[in-house]
Design a protein around this ligand. Sequence first.
Ligand code: DON
Length: 304
Amino acid sequence: MNFQAILDDIVATVKPQLGAQGQVASYIPALARVSPQQFGIALRTCDGLEAASGDFATPFSIQSMSKLFSLTMAMQHLGDALWQRIGREPSGNPFNSLVQLENEHGKPRNPFINAGAIAVADRLLSHGDGVGQLLELLSALCNEPVHLDPEVAQSEAETGFRNHALANFMKSFGKLDNPVAAVLDLYFHQCAIRMSCQQMARAAGYLCRDGRHPYRPGVAVVSASQARRVNALMLTCGTYDAAGEFAYRIGLPCKSGVGGGIVAVVPDQLTLCVWSPALDASGNSLLGMQALELFAARTGLSIF
Ligand code: DON
């Protein structure tokens, strides 16, 4: 398959629509300034073949895509013990919703909604890991140094009222072991990590390789069954209350972020990342979703 031609064609198709629909995340002031006139796409196959088009080298705020890698770290360290604090069911609610937490005694539905990722951050802190370890993992996975934007982290800390509410609520149920301020500090910093589409397509590569490191053959990032389970969680929970729509239209495990990135996995074949900052009502990149739909239709690559 000529992936380069397919990606170039997707860029040509979506480019005329740039800026026409959707809105950049405005509830995080530092993200509200990002131009919606950007679109990038990149992929890397299990054999290490790469293709990329558009603004594929521009770093963007990975936001909730970081939850994929914090979950990976927590699975590495804790194995099944992680699931004592966090569920594995889709929430059917927006990513920052509070409603289920009270009835469910402070146990978040899954690790990808904000409450779940905050609970994962608490587990990582108890294990002695912080954002430094996450940056090390990401840098090794994409074979290049990865950094974060302290201004975005600060912006989120100042305006993340819902995240403060979620963390305090979980703490009131005894479901966070560390101080709320420390847990949120890790969560806000992980969301402020910046990567390009190309780096993200490379970094997620272990998810299409049964857990094997994309640049260090012989090193397992997670076990094959853990990689399969991360993919299952991405499919059912990775795009929040739009997970059903993503499965219907694209049919691939995906993880989105309000920076406008979406990473998708074609098991045993490739990982793909799209980025365009304007979002739909569920907080997923509007043109990113469209591009993934075009990719699945043109290549026939889907898990179904
Ligand atoms: O906590 C927040 O609201 C953001 N830092 C991350 C949310 C996010 O990326 C949701 N994804 N689509």
